[in-house]
Write a protein that binds this ligand. Structure first.
Ligand SMILES: [Zn+2]
Length: 98
């Protein structure tokens, strides 16, 4: 049996997160909100549990657990040197320094 090293587990977990993100985007496109929310909460749980950073975390709305696609369910603006992402589903606003 293969020894489960910390690095191996983290590697598998981040692969898993990437797959879940792809699935969440797919569900967002298909307007399958129930599954999308399920995927996003899984992503958040896995990253918390294994202490892994989520790629493109800024496109995840933690408030309503949707994956934000600019032009579909999110508005992206740049104001005063900051990126502002507004979730059109729940109205949550996220701000990032450029
Ligand atoms: Zn939202």
């Amino acid at each position: 049996m293969k020894k489960l090293t910390k690095g191996y587990i983290k590697n598998r977990a981040s692969q898993w997160i990437n797959e879940l993100i792809e699935n969440a985007i797919e569900m967002e496109r298909e307007d399958n909100l129930r599954l999308e929310k399920r995927y996003i909460s899984l992503i958040l749980d896995i990253s918390r549990h294994y202490k892994i950073r989520i790629p493109n975390k800024r496109y995840i709305c933690k408030n309503c657990k949707s994956y934000l696609i600019p032009g579909k369910n999110a508005i992206v603006r740049i104001r005063k040197g900051r990126i502002i992402i507004k979730c059109m589903r729940c109205g949550n606003i996220k701000r990032f320094k450029i």
